[in-house]
Design a protein around this ligand. Sequence first.
Ligand code: HEC
Ligand code: HEC
Length: 157
Amino acid sequence: MILVIGTAVAYPQSIDPHQLYEQNCGGCHAPHAGEFVPDNLVHSDGNTVGRKSGVELRAFLEAGHGRLTQDEIMAIVAHLNSILKSGQLFREKCLICHDRAVKFARLQLTLKDGELVGRYSQRNIGQFLTSHGRLESDQVPQMVDVLKRQLVPEQPE
Ligand code: HEC
Ligand code: HEC
């Protein structure tokens, strides 16, 4: 007999990639993915590869590094790629006028009811970025996300 269990099939969406990183990678690497990615990953010929080793990320994890399941690998590769992409976007479009994302965000920005706002200006940053920094409209939420991520407080060990 086959049991069809409604909506419970969408496993990858239920994986929290932040936690996955912190629990499965952060013990040996930087505690947060936001710090790990710029130091350890680069884009090369359309692939995400290790900065030092040149190993292709997905293949490296599929070969057993980090001991993740296939679903977890999909989730974490997507997560690390999105951090890498946003970091590049910040370097290309914002770094010329602003400090590094982590420093800029922690000095100038804060969270208010879950929304990213200017610490002193109190302006809603998601709105502000629709007309600042020359982002495409689909890059705005991505940038808000990357700036928010810099504010996540350090978790105690
Ligand atoms: C038990 C410790 C350990 C765990 C857990 C671990 N790693 Fe690693 N990882 C290493 C070591 C050691 C290296 C080689 C370090 C070096 O070259 O500096 C490495 C290298 C890498 C590299 C290549 C870096 C480069 O510059 O070429 C990547 C990518 C990577 N790890 C990703 C991950 C991810 C993602 C996870 C979690 C799923 C993870 N690792 C979990 C120890 C670990
Ligand atoms: C040409 C220089 C320049 C570029 C490029 C630029 N900014 Fe700005 N940005 C500024 C200046 C100057 C201010 C302060 C202006 C103000 O407060 O009205 C500012 C303000 C901000 C603020 C508001 C801070 C607050 O406290 O309200 C955010 C957020 C911001 N920039 C993000 C970005 C992002 C993200 C990018 C890249 C997509 C970017 N900026 C690109 C010059 C720049």
